[in-house]
Write a new protein. Sequence first.
Length: 160
Amino acid sequence: MALTHLKKPEATVRVSRRDFLAKIGWGSLLAAVGSFAAAFMRFLHPNVVTPSPGPVELGSPEDYAVGSLTFLDQARVYLGHDTRGYYAIIAVCTHLGCTPRLESNELACPCHGSRYSLDGQVITGAAKRPLDRALIWRAANGHLFVDRSHIVEADWRLRL
């Protein structure tokens, strides 16, 4: 009796325990290196959004009380009002360009730990110079405007 339709046994791939563990180890190492590389690139390029250049309307001067420091996202500035007048601190860390946040009577950069006083002077951290000040003015309609492309001295104020 002739068997013409014999099936060949299917070949099974056998992986030794050593090979299996080696592949798991190399895969884990590659995943760790990839994660480290992604985190390092994120560290080098902080997620910052820069508003378009040119004047930005800030509203009425009466909206800002004496002694206030208000973050205005549309212009990315802190508008301050003290007894000498109005001033605008550009909310861009002078170290790598992150946006400092107002935290318990100081401005703190979340990226690398630089800390600034409420008038923009460096207290501690990686930043080597104070926050820049932008030109502000009152338009004919009575509203305040700021232009981040025009830097002014730290003691400059808009007096009304």
